[in-house]
Write a protein that binds this ligand. Structure first.
Ligand SMILES: [Zn+2]
Ligand SMILES: [Zn+2]
Length: 340
């Protein structure tokens, strides 16, 4: 498939050139008659022909099979800095291509780490959510925590759609304080489609910008979300449990990641560099934090990016303990359109 694409692109370019030539040769062409009397009209017409047409992308970014709706198209777009350019239109397939979703909350205070997921609050630690973690929350976060029934040891879990939707939001329903929060993707038909526009050619910003929005998309079709709002979560005496892949489910976004723990890793890079894991909203690639030998790059900038000859500018994702993917956007962001 990869080998066929360049030929397809060449064919497409020749086809476009032929159409453009045909247009400009034909004086009576209705498009030209409708265009303005401006002497630049021919240039304008050509630009419009190129940018307003939605075409199948000739050389689309790499994703795992079935992670995104098959046809990635290109269309004109305006980036966050005002640059008008061409973007890939990418739609997450809805049901993410992951081996397994969950577990999130362990059933009781005797549960081992395999029965629960992970938790991080940005303070530099990643905790296994096992029974011991649940029973010691007061020593970690102070008085007022009791996430289980002391008589049975059962953990309070939001195990219905009603409970999930009352608790998986910033203003947690008071009835679900002291709950371990989890939702089931089946409540949302197995997943939620999300569409985004990524610039085909990233445009660097003069000054990097920090925006706490969805940061991008993983190769396996999962949202790389904004920082988890851990202060709001903890102030409501809840733990919005992540699974071991750093993901969890909410009613708006479906399954989404707040950390990269190795569950979306692309092919090995030829030069031994860390592998691609996804794309940031500004179109630059996001690579794993470490390469295969456990080496972390030492020249990363504030956005956690650097430049090399093979990849140009690209990011290396942060550790899960930092509750973020990248430090800021190096380039103008595309657009997160959302579910359609
Ligand atoms: Zn979340
Ligand atoms: Zn690198």
């Amino acid at each position: 498939m990869k080998q066929i694409l360049p030929h397809f692109r060449t064919l497409l370019i020749f086809t476009l050139m032929f159409l453009l030539l045909a247009c400009s040769d034909s004086v009576t062409d209705s498009t030209e008659q409708q265009s303005t009397t401006d002497t630049d009209s021919e240039t304008e017409t050509e630009t419009e022909t190129e940018t307003e047409t939605i075409v199948e992308a000739a050389d689309p970014p790499f994703f795992f099979d079935n992670a995104v709706i098959e046809t990635i198209t290109t269309e004109s777009c305006t980036l966050s800095g005002g640059t008008q350019t061409t973007c890939y239109r990418i739609t997450i397939a809805g049901e993410p291509v992951v081996d397994e979703i969950g577990p999130f909350c362990p059933p009781n205070i005797d549960s081992d780490a395999s029965q629960g997921g992970i938790w991080f609050d940005g303070s530099g630690e990643v905790y296994d959510i096992d029974g011991e973690f649940i029973s010691n929350l007061d020593s970690l976060y102070g008085d007022g925590w009791l996430l289980y029934d002391p008589s049975t040891g059962e953990v309070n879990i939001t195990d219905t759609q009603t409970a999930c939707e009352a608790a998986a939001r910033p203003n947690v329903d008071a009835a679900y304080q002291n709950y371990c929060v989890q939702c089931d993707l089946d409540y949302y038909g197995g997943g939620i489609n999300e569409t985004l526009l990524l610039p085909v050619t990233p445009i660097p910003l003069a000054n990097p910008s920090y925006v706490n929005s969805n940061m991008g998309i993983s190769l396996n079709g999962v949202i790389l979300a904004a920082q988890a709002p851990v202060d709001a979560i903890l102030s409501n005496y809840t733990i919005a449990a992540f699974d071991d892949c750093g993901g969890h489910i909410n009613p708006n976004d479906g399954y989404h990641y707040h950390a990269a723990t190795g569950c979306s890793t692309g092919p090995d890079e030829e030069d031994g560099h860390a592998s691609l894991i996804g794309y940031a909203l500004d179109g630059y690639g996001i690579y794993a934090m470490l390469d295969a030998s456990g080496f972390e790059e030492t020249d990363l900038g504030e956005c956690r990016g650097h430049t090399d000859d093979s990849r140009g500018y690209h990011y290396h994702v942060a550790s899960p303990s930092e509750n973020m993917f990248i430090g800021c956007f190096h380039g103008e962001q595309g657009e997160w359109i959302g579910s359609e």
